[in-house]
Design a binder for this molecule. Structure first.
Ligand code: HEM
Length: 199
């Protein structure tokens, strides 16, 4: 169907253009995750600066609680994405290979968001002490195992920086779309509704 055919059609008969923005639930969960990840890095990196043991314990409880929340949100996001979510099409100008890389990097982010809390949790269990998630007391489930604490601590640290690196690439790619390519990719996930963008 050409543009002229479309122009000659009655407005009601025209096929509706696919919305350029992600669905509201996807956008909401995306920005909730951003807030959670910022708080997770801030709380983890502040532990070393705590003035005393009580402050360090509180920061670690905040970190653990937000980490488990992130895991639940990531699982819901993935479930929603694979079932009911509305995902706008990539811009027509975007090469297929680039589209594949973008999708792959999004799944890599999901994989890291889902494994990171598990290695944190494993580290906390291996310490062999009860701990708190929000106000919920999690009992000791095993004797302290120094080797496992070290192993999970290393994995947790390496994947945290990998996650941060991937997030930086993700943000740079979004800014590249916004300011260099001037397409609608950035606006499609903006928390506000940009003027002139369909839906
Ligand atoms: C996406 C989720 C998470 C991110 C991005 C994250 C990130 C980090 C980072 C950057 C550190 C500092 C580096 C390190 O020592 O490993 C850290 C430390 C730690 N995290 Fe996580 N974390 C997450 C989830 C969790 C969860 C769910 C738990 C436990 C329930 C947890 C427990 C810990 C512990 C015990 C430490 C060591 C803190 C210390 O003793 O100094 N993390 N995390």
């Amino acid at each position: 169907m050409t543009d002229t055919d479309l122009d000659q059609m009655h407005a009601a008969e025209r096929p509706k253009a696919r919305p350029r923005r992600f669905g509201a639930v996807v956008i909401w969960m995306h920005w909730t995750t951003v807030v959670l990840i910022v708080a997770l890095f801030a709380s983890a990196l502040s532990i070393g600066l705590a003035a005393n043991g009580d402050q360090a314990d509180l920061l670690l409880t905040i970190h653990r609680s937000l980490g488990v929340t992130t895991w639940i949100v990531a699982l819901c996001r993935l479930g929603w994405r694979l079932t009911l979510a509305y995902l706008p099409p990539f811009p027509e100008t975007m090469p297929k290979l680039q589209q594949k890389i973008a999708t792959l990097s999004e799944y890599a982010l999901y994989a890291l968001m889902l494994t990171q809390p598990l290695t944190g949790l494993a580290q906390s269990f291996a310490r062999g002490r009860p701990f708190h998630l929000f106000s919920l007391a999690v009992p000791q489930v095993m004797e302290r195992d120094k080797g496992l604490v070290h192993l999970f601590s290393q994995i947790h640290e390496i994947t945290a920086w990998t996650l941060l690196g991937l997030i930086c690439v993700h943000v740079l790619a979004a800014l590249f779309h916004r300011f260099i390519l001037n397409d609608e990719v950035f606006q499609s996930m903006a928390p506000w509704k940009p003027k002139g963008l369909h839906r």
